[in-house]
Design a protein around this ligand. Structure first.
Ligand code: PAF
Length: 287
């Protein structure tokens, strides 16, 4: 049976009940406007637990001033239909005042991981994410929580936070999902005009080029990054936020690729900020 819950205390009571009955709970935290990428997370959660909870909450604390909190796409009715279709048990849809009541003043902040990649241009982002995810864990009491590898740095931040705070939740990463033309799925793709699509696709094309260079034996990350800059910079509407080849755990810059490394990028296509990433493997065997 599918149900929606808005209240934090009702969610906690329900979670306690499920746990008492020996049910395993999986949580997929989302900000709604669900797409195939989210559905793939739900399918992973469905497989790993008895009860699947999807939270839908556009979290204001992870948006900085001038970012797209107000205009972030929202369509709760369609989201709930998709949840029903994916056999979600509970859609947890707290209001802003339920999540952050008057006089709210606590946050969860990491010292190091946010000082890289997205954290540099979005200084409040990871504190907002770590805080809301901690709160969601305390409300939904999941055994397992599923996050997308598209938000690679977010996944690292959550894993670190769970370890550091001894949170009793297993974090499961799920692979990035692409549209048929290669664009990484994102609720923000909805903002793109048809004219901006080729510019948006240049992120994926730069990753494909990087893989090709690594497969052909190139190991200098500077050379790979300059090819990527050429591909992305060929579109006038693109403004690169960052383009990095870095360690898959610390996110520190890597000069010479001698082990699997993360290529991560964020680009503003007009006013739409898109991210993408891929692990580059120097000794990849095809087939
Ligand atoms: O990845 C997202 O959609 C959000 O950052 C999350 C994890 C739901 C927290 O608001």
């Amino acid at each position: 049976m599918f149900q929606t819950i808005q209240s934090a205390t009702e969610m906690q009571r329900h979670a306690d009940d499920l746990r008492r009955k020996g049910k395993r709970i999986a949580l997929v935290p989302t900000m709604g406007f669900l797409h195939e990428g989210h559905l793939s997370l739900m399918r992973v959660g469905r497989q790993l637990a008895d009860e699947l909870v999807v939270s839908i909450f556009v979290n204001p604390t992870q948006f900085g001033p001038g970012e797209d909190f107000e205009t972030y796409p929202r369509d709760l009715d369609t989201d709930l239909d998709l949840c029903r279709r994916e056999k979600v048990n509970i859609a947890f849809t707290p209001s802003r005042s339920e999540m952050y009541p008057e006089n709210y003043q606590t946050s969860v902040r990491l010292d190091e991981l946010p000082n890289h990649l997205c954290g540099l241009s979005r200084p409040v982002f990871f504190t907002g994410v770590a805080t809301v995810v901690t709160k969601l864990f305390n409300m939904v009491k999941p055994h397992i929580a599923v996050f997308g590898e598209k938000d690679y740095q977010q996944l690292l931040v959550i894993r670190r936070m769970v370890k550091d705070l001894n949170l009793d939740v297993e974090i499961v990463g799920s692979p990035l999902v692409r549209e048929a033309d290669g664009l990484a799925m994102s609720s923000r793709n909805n903002y793109l005009t048809a004219q901006q699509r080729p510019a948006a696709l240049s992120l994926y094309h730069s990753i494909c080029k990087a893989r090709q260079l690594v497969d052909s034996g190139i190991r200098e990350s500077g050379r790979i990054l300059s090819e990527a800059v050429k591909i992305i910079g060929a579109h006038a509407e693109n403004d690169i936020d960052y383009l990095a080849i870095c360690d898959t755990e610390t996110l520190d810059h890597v000069d010479v690729i001698e082990r699997p490394v993360l290529m991560a990028l964020a680009v503003r296509v007009g006013s739409v900020r898109l991210i993408d990433n891929s692990v580059l493997e120097p000794n990849r065997q095809d087939g």
